[in-house]
Design a protein around this ligand. Structure first.
Ligand SMILES: NC(=O)c1ccc[n+]([C@@H]2O[C@H](COP(=O)([O-])OP(=O)(O)OC[C@H]3O[C@@H](n4cnc5c(N)ncnc54)[C@H](O)[C@@H]3O)[C@@H](O)[C@H]2O)c1
Length: 394
């Protein structure tokens, strides 16, 4: 037997019919850094150059994969930055959507990396775009030469507080959301809130729903900040007030607190799955019609109704929560949300959660529990209640 701090090999005879057995164990530390810096691609800001190219003077190479909408708006200043800092780059402008979040896009990016002959050790891929683009790129980086560094620069609110923060990569497959994917901590994440200025209202709100998720399930202070700024936050695009910086930082910190101890999802009791029980099936059924965050928002609205129906959440908290959905401009229902769809989605999620519902439910604002005894009857009741509530709200 050979042993060190980080690996061990044990040889043993475990059964008369098994001649030998080796168990190889390796412990690999995983760390990645998330930094926030405004105006990342202003040449007076050396953060990207210094952090990602170790202040090297020469021999800096990278491959940029950029969302086409982002390229259209920021391409000029981004490329200017690389030229100014003497960084040789290849570039692929990718048109992405939930429909093209597929293996074809992964192969298209891998093909470009190969043409550029990217070295996996010291030449990063730099992914600039929303959650769809960073999910595609981090999966490609994980596959390319068995793992290549991928620096993520998320340009949507969804990306900045969620999609680029964890280690999950993924693409849609066979009509199923994120059915192919890996866990890969690919490299640094650089967050620049100024990108949010060019997002449309709907795309911005899409990210707000994941902030509301953390607020409802874990962070009462975040909930209070959202309540305080609910009518200005979208218009301000998260810029110009100290509270906005706090909102971003609290969202990231609370997300990391949940992800880090369970990075490989050994435990399937994950509060961050709040809003992700019904939504994967709903999102794929309504693909092209609903954004990811909108499907999550609708799922969360049904979930708070369920929490109240099960007697774990008070009427006062339920009303406070539902009012915030409405005031933030987040959807609470969709025509496709029928009893059948919610039951199908719950069953599908159970398969994903090793046969258990593990349904995160808010108890009060900022505190949660898990439920494993949700019945079809309760689902019927919340569907009925939501449809009548929706009529009242409209
Ligand atoms: N890996 C994870 O842990 C994780 C977590 C949450 C969400 N996701 C994934 O993220 C995806 C959703 O991400 P998203 O909401 O960022 O959507 P998205 O990537 O589709 O971006 C939304 C739209 O905004 C455009 N865009 C991006 N940045 C822009 C900018 N600065 N200005 C103007 N337009 C811009 C894009 O071109 C796109 O049309 C989903 O596929 C979801 O599964 C992954």
């Amino acid at each position: 037997m050979k042993k060190s701090d980080c690996f061990s090999i044990e040889q043993s005879i475990v059964h008369p019919l098994i001649q030998c057995s080796f168990v190889s164990r390796t412990v690999k530390e995983h760390s990645y850094e998330i930094m926030e810096s405004l105006d990342l691609f202003d040449i007076s800001n050396p953060t990207l150059n210094d952090q990602c190219f170790e202040k090297k003077e020469a021999g800096k190479r990278c491959f940029i994969v950029i969302d086409d909408n982002v390229y259209h708006i920021y391409g000029h200043s981004i490329l200017n930055y690389f030229k100014f800092y003497n960084i040789e780059y290849g570039i692929k402008v990718l048109t992405v959507s939930e429909k093209t979040k597929t293996i074809d896009s992964v192969l298209a990016v891998a093909n470009e990396l190969d043409q550029f002959n990217l070295s996996r050790r010291n030449e990063p891929m730099i992914a600039i775009g929303g959650g769809v683009l960073t999910d595609i790129c981090s999966l490609t980086a994980n596959l390319y030469r068995r793992s290549t560094e991928c620096i993520k620069i998320p340009t949507t609110l969804m990306g900045q507080i969620d999609a680029a923060i964890g280690v999950k990569t993924g693409i849609n497959f066979n009509g199923n959301k994120n059915r192919l994917g890996t866990y890969y901590s690919s490299g640094k994440v650089l967050i620049d809130r100024t990108f949010l200025q060019s997002l449309g209202d709907r795309a911005f709100n899409n990210g707000l729903s994941e902030i509301l998720k953390m607020a409802l399930i874990k962070e009462p202070v975040l909930f209070e900040l959202l309540e305080k700024h609910k009518f200005a936050i979208c218009k301000d695009r998260m810029l110009g007030k100290n509270d906005y910086s706090t909102i971003i930082q609290l969202s990231i910190k609370s997300m990391l607190e949940e992800l880090a101890p369970n990075l490989w999802e050994k435990s399937l009791e994950r509060v961050v799955d709040f809003g992700h029980t019904f939504s994967p099936v709903l999102e794929m059924k309504a693909v092209g019609d609903l954004y990811h965050g909108e499907a999550v928002s609708i799922d969360m609205a049904y979930s708070v109704l369920l929490a109240h129906e099960k007697g774990v959440m008070s009427k006062e908290d339920l009303d406070r929560a539902l009012n915030l959905f409405v005031d933030l401009g987040l959807p609470t229902d969709h025509a496709l949300c029928t009893q059948d769809l919610l039951i199908t989605a719950l069953d599908d999620t159970c398969t994903h959660r090793a046969g258990k519902q593990n349904f995160p439910l808010p108890v009060t604002i900022g505190k949660s529990t898990f439920s494993n005894d949700i019945t079809h009857d309760e689902i019927a009741k919340i569907v009925h209640r939501m449809k009548s509530l929706h009529v009242e709200l409209v």
